[in-house]
Write a protein of this length. Structure first.
Length: 99
């Protein structure tokens, strides 16, 4: 199992999503955190089981259950870098320019 590490922009996206959900319904932000953590655990335990992103084969993706978010990541030597926490309605690959 490799540790996961958020790129700064990905952490900002995650925090903004939590804030948005919590502002719309008390406790919803916490439920998003829980589902995202479950997804990140799967990523850290079995990154190669997850789908390669068709936009760039350097990256893989994992869908957050019950929420319209996809976590994009790449496996490095000692860590799995989370490069985006993207809402499904965003333009695919918008985050590539940031990497």
């Amino acid at each position: 199992m490799k540790p996961t590490e958020f790129a700064p922009d990905a952490r900002d996206e995650f925090d903004a999503a939590v804030e948005w959900y919590e502002s719309h319904a008390e406790g919803l932000g916490q439920r998003f955190i829980q589902r995202a953590e479950e997804t990140l655990l799967h990523v850290s335990q079995a990154p190669r089981e997850l789908a390669v992103w068709e936009g760039d084969s350097r990256f893989r993706k994992a869908v957050v259950r019950r929420f319209p978010y996809v976590i994009f990541f790449r496996e490095l030597t000692d860590v799995i870098e989370i490069v985006a926490v993207a809402h499904g309605a965003r333009e695919p690959g918008y985050w590539l320019g940031q990497r």
